[in-house]
Design a protein around this ligand. Structure first.
Ligand code: NAD
Length: 492
């Protein structure tokens, strides 16, 4: 009997770590509850510590030589097998992820979970397709080799655990680096399912290891381990600073995908209906989206009309159980996070900002212990107020107006973040000008969230360091080596 397993939404989930192909417990545990109904306890999950971190890196280190020795095509076979295993279990993974972190079940099932498989296939193929650069110069034959770097630590946040774990896992494995994955303590369960699927798919022991626990405990111990060759982190700038210090001590390359405070610019020549629909869509997942355009910046000539349309779209939102297809806004992840969101709005009120709509917790009929906050719009009294400058990570947007394109760009670029921007305009020239001028790793024009897996992804300013996606993540996970052989000096 596997007494470390619990049933979550009808699926068996291990509460233990997965180290070197084996399930391993810890003396301590932490409790995981469902944001769908906070009285619903899902599991007591093993709470890793420094010993767990050491054992996980031991396992990854032991797996490294054999995994690195495979060709990209051979590793690709494993990645495709894991992708197939995911495809076969999309429904179960979606149910568990929904119970664990409350993203809308419909989008988990249709889009988010299958994308994990797509990402694995994408990287399996990309690593094979990559051509070595070779050329002749100064009497030598030059080649650029991509060498696997060594064990990689991947640390993910709670707002997209499955999506981000698989997004980061695929390039690391494709590049030849075994992985230690640490999911966030508020939503660790889909990572445990990923370990089960890796085992089913025959991934060699130690190539994927999953440890659970708190960031400051097992997370900090993992990133401090000098045997770790790469650290790929997604989360808050605060945690990134700690992790960056550990990476600096060991001189280990580190990518960080961090928070955002994206502008959503609406120019007077924009399709206002599309802009208003997209703006109202920023409340999806209760605004717990790093890429969200949370600062609405609207040209003064269309401000009123835009807001009328925006309110109509927000009125149509339905707060509710994420499993209900009618729901468009899910609950927040955790009571502590709900408190945090409410704190931002309370402080904005106290600072003289005007709450245009929302601004309080919401009750939802039929949901006990619900963690809902009303979709909230705030008109700030000044641009330097906290509500404009700091990421809330909840269903809270601000709205400001501008008179000129120059002013719009200045407002757009007036925070320390630089993850994403959204621009609505009917002018091709303006799309180009503003698209270039907005300081952000990704700028969408007249659309939102459309992503090509091969495009670079990351943030400027305090939104991140480095780029992932496509070739960029493969490059990060490789050690590039220049091999120069004197021409004519060797025989076959
Ligand atoms: P967080 O920084 O608190 O935690 C993220 C992960 O880091 C968790 O697994 C946590 O346990 C771990 N961690 C925390 N402190 C650590 C330490 N000292 N050493 C090692 N690990 C540590 O973030 P969160 O609250 O889970 O997630 C929300 C944040 O993530 C938001 O700021 C959001 O914008 C950001 N985010 C960014 C992206 C992106 O792609 N840029 C995507 C999703 C979320």
């Amino acid at each position: 009997m596997d007494d470390h397993r619990v049933q979550v939404a009808g699926t068996s989930v291990s509460t233990w770590h997965y180290l070197g192909g084996r399930r391993v417990g810890s003396p301590a545990t932490f409790e995981v509850r469902s944001p769908l109904d906070w009285s619903w306890k899902l599991a007591d999950v093993a709470r890793g510590d420094a010993d767990t971190a050491r054992a996980a890196v031991d396992a990854a280190q032991a797996a490294f030589p054999a995994w690195a020795a495979l060709t990209p095509a051979e590793r690709g076979v494993h990645l495709h097998r894991l992708a197939d295993a995911i495809d076969a279990e999309v429904a179960r993974i979606a149910e568990v992820e929904c119970a664990d972190m409350a993203m809308l079940h419909a989008s988990l099932h249709a889009r988010v979970i299958p994308r994990g498989a797509a990402n694995l296939r994408n990287y399996a193929d990309l690593a094979v397709a990559h051509e070595e650069r070779t050329w002749s110069s100064k009497g030598t034959a030059n080649r650029v080799l991509r060498m696997p770097a060594g064990p990689a630590v991947i640390i993910t946040p709670w707002n997209a655990p499955w999506l981000l774990s698989t997004w980061k896992l695929a390039p690391a494995l494709a590049a030849g680096n075994p992985v230690v994955l640490k999911p966030a303590e508020w939503a660790p369960l889909s990572a445990s399912l990923l370990a089960d699927l890796a085992e089913q798919a025959g991934l060699p022991p130690g190539v994927l290891n999953v440890v659970q626990g708190r960031g400051e405990e097992v997370g900090a111990a993992l990133v401090a381990d000098p045997r770790v060759a790469r650290i790929s982190f997604t989360g808050s700038p605060e945690a990134a600073r700690h992790i960056g210090q550990a990476a600096a001590r060991n001189l280990v390359p580190f990518t960080a995908e961090l928070g955002g405070k994206g502008p959503l610019l609406v120019f007077e020549d924009a399709d206002l209906e599309a802009a208003a629909r997209t703006a109202a869509g920023q409340y999806d997942d209760s605004g717990q989206v790093c890429l969200a355009g949370t600062r609405l910046l609207v040209h003064e000539a269309v401000h009123e009309e835009f807001l009328a349309r925006f309110h109509a779209h927000v009125d149509a939102h339905v707060l509710g159980d994420s499993r209900d297809p009618a729901t468009t806004i899910s609950p927040l992840i955790h009571p502590a996070h709900l408190e945090r969101v409410a704190g931002f709005v309370d402080r904005a009120r106290a600072a003289g900002d005007r709450v245009v709509r929302g601004g309080q917790r919401a009750e939802v009929a039929g949901v006990s212990d619900g963690l809902f906050y009303e979709p909230t719009l705030i008109e700030p009294a000044a641009n330097d107020h906290e509500i404009v400058q700091r990421e809330v990570f909840g269903p809270v947007l601000t709205v400001q107006s501008f008179a000129t394109e120059q002013e719009a760009i200045a407002l757009a670029n007036s925070t320390a973040y630089g993850l994403s921007g959204i621009v609505f305009t009917g002018s091709a020239q303006r799309a180009e000008r503003v698209g270039r001028a907005v300081r952000a790793g990704t700028v969408w024009v007249n659309t939102f969230l459309v992503r090509d897996l091969t495009a670079p992804f990351g943030g400027m300013g305090i939104s991140g360091i480095g780029r992932e996606g496509g070739e960029f993540a493969l490059e990060f996970h490789a050690e590039l080596k220049t091999l120069q052989i004197l021409e004519g000096s060797t025989r076959t």
